[in-house]
Design a protein. Structure first.
Length: 76
């Protein structure tokens, strides 16, 4: 199973999950999301460094800043 699919399973637990396990699962979900975010961060930095053209790097930085300013993300 792909990591993203596994994470989605974690973030959408089955309805039969006992109530006493919900908080534990929520904490685990937050930790998994934190690790996924760190993985994405590393990938973005790695790919950014592969862009040889300084103007293209600056365009990408502008686009990323626009995304941040708009508060856009997968979760939004």
């Amino acid at each position: 199973m792909h990591l993203t699919a596994l994470a989605q399973e974690l973030f959408h637990p089955p309805s039969f999950l006992p109530a006493d396990k919900v908080a534990e699962l929520e904490e685990l979900s937050r930790e998994v999301q934190r690790k996924l975010d760190l993985d994405c961060y590393g990938k973005v930095v790695h790919l950014f460094r592969q862009i040889a053209d300084k103007q293209e790097q600056e365009k990408l930085l502008d686009e990323l800043q626009t995304i941040v300013d708009a508060g856009q993300s997968v979760g939004n």
